[in-house]
Design a protein around this ligand. Structure first.
Ligand code: LMR
Length: 329
């Protein structure tokens, strides 16, 4: 039997947390031979609900679930964590953009970054989901002294999944036949779902969807606005699809990416594609055999795509400037 890995999750009793923890504990992501410890973190008002989640986890009798800790204490919550999923944050209400949450949520991530640095395992990897996730990840990264930058991510996989589904519907093919879909930039209404490099059945998207007006217009806007559409329909933010995207992201980070493909992940920019170094921006990423990852290089960015990428990167720069007080120099 393998040694257990430890996964810490903030906001564990919230909607996304509730949709995530049982699937993780069942072995879906890390494998059916990988025992795990869950460290579930909530703020004090969420502790009663967290008790209930922990009771249900016990009642599932998951063979792989080694230990479950529920706590409001960040130091305890991040102790020994190999993986951290930062979900806990105030979700947006109807009429808000995700960036409107910067002031409310941004400062949560300073303390969390520091506590991760103090307590997590040396190989910790951190995925930020709470919005605005790119800039929250930036804050966490700057406060997590000693945690290498390449171990901190923000999630844009939900946007990738949304975009792939739209292309599949339009082309009338199963979603599994859509590949090479990259989300660039911010997980916000400026993100750019890049259809120019995407493939359907291994062919350029425009071979199966010759409607360039739709691709450049309705397709992009629908992906950008999908979170708001769900919020309007449900009266609450997406949850199950967000949890599913967390699982897809973790899975993609532990599995070598199939040859020729990539996945979308917001990572600390190294300056690739002219994206300012240090920003947490979504780009096409490949996971290598040794568990490391790399930004896919050499994609030709046409003028249409460049304008879209510039816009979303500009927004990330503005968000960074707005939280400069939370970023130690
Ligand atoms: C989403 O994309 O559905 C989430 O980021 C929640 C939101 O506020 O849009």
């Amino acid at each position: 039997m393998k040694a257990p890995i430890t996964i810490s999750i903030t906001g564990a009793a919230g909607n996304i947390g509730y949709a995530l923890v049982f699937r993780l504990a069942s072995g879906c992501v890390f494998g059916h031979d990988q025992p795990l410890n869950l460290r579930l973190i909530e703020i004090e008002p969420g502790m009663a609900a967290l008790e209930g989640v922990m009771m249900e986890l016990c009642d599932c009798a998951f063979p792989l679930l080694h230990e479950v800790v529920g706590t409001a204490d960040l130091d305890l919550g991040f102790t020994g964590a190999n993986w951290v999923v930062l979900i806990g944050s105030v979700p947006r209400k109807a009429g808000m953009e995700r960036g409107d949450l910067l002031g409310v949520n941004g400062r949560i991530f300073t303390g969390q970054g520091q506590a991760i640095a103090r307590n997590a395992a040396p190989d910790v990897r951190v995925l930020v989901v709470g919005n605005p996730c790119n800039t929250n990840a930036l804050i966490a990264m700057h406060n997590a002294a000693g945690v290498p930058r390449e171990r901190i991510f923000a999630m844009t996989r939900l946007d990738e999944n949304r975009a792939k589904n739209l292309l599949a519907l339009k082309a009338g093919v199963p979603v599994a036949q859509v590949s090479n879909l990259c989300i660039w930039g911010n997980h916000s209404a400026t993100q750019y779902p890049d259809f120019t490099h995407a493939k359907i059945q291994g062919r350029p998207v425009t071979d199966l969807i010759p409607d360039e007006e739709w691709l450049k217009g309705e397709f992009i806007v629908t992906v950008q606005q999908r979170g708001a559409a769900i919020l309007k329909a449900r009266g609450a933010s997406s949850a199950a699809s967000g949890a599913n995207a967390v699982m897809d992201t973790l899975q993609s980070l532990i599995t070598p990416t199939p040859a020729g493909d990539w996945h979308s992940l917001a990572v600390c920019s190294d300056g690739s594609y002219g994206i300012e170094q240090g920003l947490i921006a979504s780009m096409p990423v490949r996971t290598l055999e040794n568990g490391q990852w790399e930004i896919v290089q050499g994609l030709h960015i046409d003028a249409f795509s460049q304008a879209k990428i510039d816009l979303t990167i500009h927004e990330l720069m503005q968000e960074r400037d707005a939280v400069k007080d939370l970023i130690p120099v």
